[in-house]
Design a protein around this ligand. Sequence first.
Ligand SMILES: [Zn+2]
Length: 171
Amino acid sequence: MDRTEKLVQALREAGLRLTPQRLAIVRLLATTDQHPTAQMIYEQLRPDYPSLSLATVYNTLETLVDLGVVNVLGSAGDDAVHYDADTDPHVNLACISCHRVIDLPSQYVHALEQEVATTSGYRLLGARVVYYGLCPDCQREAARQPAGGRRHRRRRRRRGEHHQTQSGSEE
Ligand SMILES: [Zn+2]
């Protein structure tokens, strides 16, 4: 069963009517690796489904999360909840600058999930393993920015001068 079918079946089991709008939401979730927010899903589908409402996106997502077929990732520094239909244990990496979220496969997360399930006795529905930081692109962007770079250099120079005076050098 592919991911789309899995989500469709979950909606069917939850007793939700499989409207074209809900199917579109499910198809988008199942095929994207963008970890979209409800707003992103809404904006992406709106041109093709003018009758789609943000409320439908939210309640469809909520149902899928309750059924454990979609994970809630929380914010990526943008105060918006991101969703992930990949429920296999993996690490999510969120960039707090461009708010992109990427997947990182990890054998440790898999082992961790087994450990948690075994020691807690829980029937686990999902996991939220999110690391925050600056992605390589945003790090390069920050390094290129002249304002920040200049400020940094000036501060360093001043500290250097102070040090020289203190040590009584030939100034
Ligand atoms: Zn970034």
